[in-house]
Every structure is written in C-alpha cells, then in structure tokens.
Design a protein around this ligand. Sequence first.
Ligand SMILES: Nc1ncnc2c1ncn2[C@@H]1O[C@H](COP(=O)(O)OP(=O)(O)O)[C@@H](O)[C@H]1O
Ligand SMILES: [Mg+2]
Length: 420
Amino acid sequence: MVLRSHTKRIYPGEFSGYGQDKDIKPPDTKKSRCTPLYPEGNQLSLTYSMLSNPLNRGRNTPKRKTKVLLQCRPYHIYSKTQLVNILTRSIKAISDGEKFESEWRGAFGSVVPAKGPVKKSANKFVVKTNLKLTGASNLLEEARQQFGFHHDNILPCPGYAFLKDQTFLLFPRARESLGTILINMQIERTAMVWNQRLDICQQVANGLIYLHSLQLVHRDLTAGNILLADNNHIWISDFGRLKAEGQPNPNASGSQSAQHSQPFQGVYVNRELKDGDLQLAPELFYGTITTPKSDIYGWGKVLLNLLQGKYNWRGWSNHPNCAFHMCPDSCKHLRWPDKSKEKPRTFTSLESIIAIDKRLGPSGTPQSKKLELFRRLAIECLAIDPAQRPESMEEVLERANSIAGTSISSLSSLKQPGQQ
Ligand SMILES: Nc1ncnc2c1ncn2[C@@H]1O[C@H](COP(=O)(O)OP(=O)(O)O)[C@@H](O)[C@H]1O
Ligand SMILES: [Mg+2]
C-alpha cells in the first residue's frame, strides 16, 4: 500500500480539518484496516502565537508558522476528521494560554480537557502535553507506542501531534483515576463492594497480559495511572516509563561516574528518589534488567490497596528508621544513607499491619476467608525479590479467578491472620 503524505496550511480560526480539503482524500479504510490512516510524517504548517516554549504559554510572543507532525485515526464513533479538528483546536488553545476548566499536573506533563468545534464531542477527550522542553521527545515516544496499542484495558491514544519542543496526545476522557477513588474510599465518600474492586484488578491484569505479550513492561503501574471510564471500564494509562523486556534499567547505570550514582547492593544507582517512587517495585531502582515482574508488583499493590480500601501508596524503604507506610515525619526515607546496611523493608515483613477493609464484611465469614486468600496473593506479588513473585501475569490472573471461584465449603479450614 502506498502511504501518502501531505502538506497543508491551516491558520487560526481555520481549523476545518482534512475532510473539507479536496487535496486530501480520506484513505480507503478497507485497504488500510490495521495501518495508521495517515502515515507519520504528514506535516501540517500551522501558525500559532507561541509554540516553541510550553512554559511561556499565553505570553504575547510573535506569531510564527510551525511545522506540525500529526497522526490521527478514527476512534469509537469519531471520524479521523473530527479528531484532527479536536486535536488542532486544543493545540491552539493550549498555545494561546486559554483557560481550561481543569488541569491535572503529573510528573512531566499536564492534562487538560480538549477543545473542539463541537463542545459535546470535545468534552469526551483530553490532551496531554509536556511541561518541560526536554520532555517533548520522550512524550513523542510515549505517543507512538500508545497509538499502536489496541486493547480494551489500555487507554487509547487515537491522535498525537509533535512540534519542535512540544508533543500533544489525544485521549478519551476518563471519569477519574483509581488513586482518587481510593482516597475517596478512605474518607468514606466512595463505597465499593468487593466484586467491583475485584473487577478492577481483573481488568488491570488483562491490560498487563496484553502489554507483556508485546514484550513490554509498564514500569509505573500505580493507582494514579489506572483510569476508570464510565460504566466502570478500566484503562491502564501513562506509558512514560514503558520499556521493552530485557532492556537495561536506566536507574542502575552500573557506572560510578554517572550523576547521583551511589552503590546499592553492589550496583551503582541513581539515588535521587521522588516521593511517589516508593510505591514502585524496588528493583526499578537497583535492578539491572527490565522484567514484567515489576508490573506484577504494581498489580499486587493495586490489589492490596483495594483490599485495604485506601491509597496506601508507600511500599518500601531501605532507611533504618523508616516504618513503611506509617513513617514518622522525621523519617528520611527519601535520602538513602551512604553506608546503610539495612535491607529494604518489604510488605511481607509487615504483613501484620496490613488490615483488610472492615466494610468488606465481618471476619470469620466465608467472604473474609476469600479476602485473606487475595491478601496472600497480593503479598506474594509484592515480594521484594522478583524471583519470589508469581511467574507471569497470566498465572496471577488465573490464581485470582480461581480464588474468586473457590467454593465456600473448601474455605472452612482456612485460618484467619493471627489464628493459631
Ligand atoms: N484520559 C484521561 N482522562 C481524564 N484524566 C486523565 C486522563 N489521562 C490523564 N489524566 C489525569 O492526568 C494525570 C496525569 O496524567 P499522566 O498520563 O499520568 O501523566 P504523568 O506522566 O505526568 O503522570 C492523571 O493522574 C489523571 O488524573
Ligand atoms: Mg501518571
């Protein structure tokens, strides 16, 4: 199939989209079913007031034409033309410093509601963009990967655009993240029965099985990166840390000369940990190779949080004074002491303090015995040593399904925690 590439000039106020341009015919969808409908390299020439520095948003800088690399494909009931319109209007609004009704700021990016010619359609989407100039190429890499994913439990990215220093990703809008749900659950604003919580875990497992089948590892699987769409559909999102299985771990350079490098368990690692990093699998900091086991850890954390009914996000620390998720303010767990001989603390060693949400029912019942089996599965996934975790996400899902289907009579001999 010959992929056509086109150049088109669009000026502000003229975001008519491809559909009305006689030069650009809609591709033959029969021929190009699984191929991106417009090949990357489809460059547009847009005029924006400012696009070279995202941190300069809205300032009155001179208008200039900027080449835009743009890629879109139809999604759900939305045609490619509609999505190109929504994406280009959103880019313009962001660049012009327009006010958005809301903005989520993550580690590297900002996510805002999309703009478009038809408000009702635009409201169904959001646009993610980098906040730092250096983030553009990483975000483009993220966009290219995500654009190629096709799975019900992976957040679709039906369009993206790249300008010199800025990348824009178009996503369908989710209702909220699991992180928000867990926080609301903790303050008793959200009630969720166990079957709903289990359904979330099962959907996340399905998404991970898909990623792992492509030999990819998410590496940042946390409740904040799990999104709920309407009708309780789950999307795994945020592929900023994605890596291929077997790739070296960028945090463990193995070299003494690298910036912030410090020996830890015999490997030179970057010791600049951020607060949120402590919820990730510990080997993401000192392991040498990328493996799917890190996502098994992330999944175990999500299961544990749902069992606890709260966002207990801290997972481990190697600081002698660190008391896990009950860290006192004086704890310096973000600073790894140079000569600490302390082994990292694990969920397993702190089993006794992981209590199951009382709202899931009284103890001693068949339901509570099932929950205890789930708790044990979570703790196994959270083993500090990846070799001690279940072999694969398929195995994890099978075991979760089998616990869910376990008959009540076979649970009668199961001991409760603390029972002799
Ligand atoms: N499709 C979406 N719909 C609604 N909110 C979203 C969507 N994607 C991201 N967000 C919000 O934006 C936040 C940051 O997005 P994320 O992709 O995780 O970026 P970062 O890499 O900065 O963490 C998320 O935690 C979530 O609250
Ligand atoms: Mg995130």
